[in-house]
Design a protein around this ligand. Structure first.
Ligand code: UD1
Length: 424
């Protein structure tokens, strides 16, 4: 298995091109299964999650061409003339939770699906009750057995009026795909407002869906009988951009991020400025500069968009562990998203957990250490800690990192980081 070695302690200097968003690519790829026409998606990031989904979609009948023509501008062309297989196997779905969403095009287009219960990062129990409620309310017959959801429907999906207990991103994606092909007007209340939801809705609209209100709490969809093909570009990855912004704030230095939507990470950049980082933006470019060693401690609390993203919590904790005093980090989305705490402790971090809150006592500097990634975003926090620690650190189980960060070591290397991928 691969590991990453980092000799830390030097500032990051340079320019980084931000890749297409992982969390937008996955639902947008799945949405291409909703039509028999050709869908072209460019700016696809090169990630293992994308490759797993390509494999799954091919197994369902999609013809997919994955052009890796230039380094950062991969393109996927997908045509699914017919759904040839309605089973999404455990083998593929267990690797990535989002693949569970293929249930939407399978049932909406083909009336039948057998989809394994999801896997993905072990950051909490991550139930699927909202998905099952939507399926039932839209008229599907459901059976849960042998680790699979069996769903079927004889006619078109019924429209629904649904109120989410929590603005789940995945469930909002699922609703958008299902209701776009339902027989009438559907409404979802307390919908997720994440930029990735907006990107999916905009794509579906280009495919002929009738969607209003995306980006707000209430989304209204008038179902249509068929969707057409389209050509769209995946928006930039705000979590990747945020991760690099936090990394420079921890290591010092100056980097310019290209191809970002600065508005989407406004809250983070405001907090980084309060912590002592200088930030400026110019169109799609975000400049981040940290020229002293003082990191002002900041308390954060994760929340659905536009709140602080849970996907940046681990990275922000690595920064706060080097803060000039105490800070608290409250996790409100996933109950078990603190597995990085014990690994950060190996770098010398002083963090105590009290229920859903981490109390971080900042230290002057990290020591280097061998550590192990526990989940996707946690692995990025370990990279940040290792880049800040003087000496050689190693990070194992980096397959977590490869799920969601496109060529991270090349990008960091181009900014002067001493980082190498090696065989264990
Ligand atoms: C997506 C993102 C993930 C991000 C998360 C929250 C992708 C591929 N993944 O995950 O990176 O961390 O949003 O921003 O886009 N819930 C239920 N019942 C359900 C479904 C969800 O209780 O049926 C709960 C979850 O347990 C969790 C909360 O809702 O506590 C939010 O999860 P959700 O927004 O659904 O996360 P994902 O879509 O899985």
């Amino acid at each position: 298995m691969d590991l990453i070695e980092i000799i830390g302690g030097s500032p990051l200097e340079g320019e980084i091109q931000i890749s297409g968003s992982k969390n937008a690519s996955l639902p947008m790829m799945i949405a291409s299964l909703l039509t028999k026409e050709k869908v072209e998606l460019d700016n696809i990031p090169n990630l293992s999650d994308v490759l797993i989904l390509v494999e799954l979609m091919k197994s369902l009948g999609a013809e997919i061409q994955f052009d890796q023509s230039s380094d950062l501008k991969n393109k996927i062309t997908c045509t699914t003339k017919e759904i040839l297989n309605t089973e999404a196997s455990y083998n593929l779905v267990r690797k990535m939770r989002a693949s569970f969403w293929v249930l939407a095009p399978l049932i909406a287009r083909h009336g039948e699906a057998k989809v394994s219960l999801p896997g993905g990062c072990a950051i909490g129990t991550r139930p699927i009750d909202f998905y099952l409620s939507i399926l039932k309310k839209m008229g599907a017959t459901l059976d849960l057995k042998e680790g699979y959801v069996f769903a079927s429907i004889k006619s078109r999906l019924k429209p629904l009026d649904f109120s989410l207990d929590f603005p789940s991103v995945g469930v909002t994606h699922f609703f958008l795909m299902m209701s776009s092909l339902a027989d009438g007007r559907s409404i979802i209340k307390n919908a997720a407002k994440e930029p990735e939801v907006i990107a999916l809705a905009e794509m579906l609209i280009k495919m002929g869906a009738k969607i209003k209100g995306h980006g707000s709490d209430i989304i209204i969809v008038d179902g249509v009988a068929n969707l057409n093909g389209t050509k769209v570009s995946i928006p930039p990855d705000r979590i990747e951009a945020g991760t690099f912004a936090i990394a420079v704030s921890a290591t010092g230095g100056s980097i310019s991020l290209k191809g970002v939507n600065p508005n989407e990470i406004n809250l983070l950049t405001n907090l980084l400025e309060q912590s002592g980082t200088k930030i400026s933006s110019d169109g799609n470019r975000l400049n981040i500069k940290k020229d002293n060693k003082i990191i002002v401690p900041i308390d954060i609390s994760t929340a659905p968009y536009p709140g602080f993203p849970t996907d940046l919590q681990a990275q922000f904790m690595a920064l706060m562990a080097l803060g000039n005093g105490r800070s608290t980090i409250k996790e409100n989305i996933f109950e078990n998203r603190f597995m990085h705490v014990q690994e950060l402790a190996r770098f010398g971090a002083k963090i105590k957990l009290k229920a859903d809150t981490a109390i971080v006592e900042g230290i002057k500097e990290f020591n280097s250490a061998p550590v192990m990634a526990t989940d996707l975003r946690a692995s990025a926090s370990l990279i940040i800690a290792a880049l800040s620690a003087k000496g050689k650190s190693s990070i194992r189980r980096i397959y977590h990192l490869d799920r969601g960060f496109d060529k991270i070591e090349n990008k960091l290397k181009s900014c002067g980081a001493k980082i190498e991928r090696k065989r264990d």
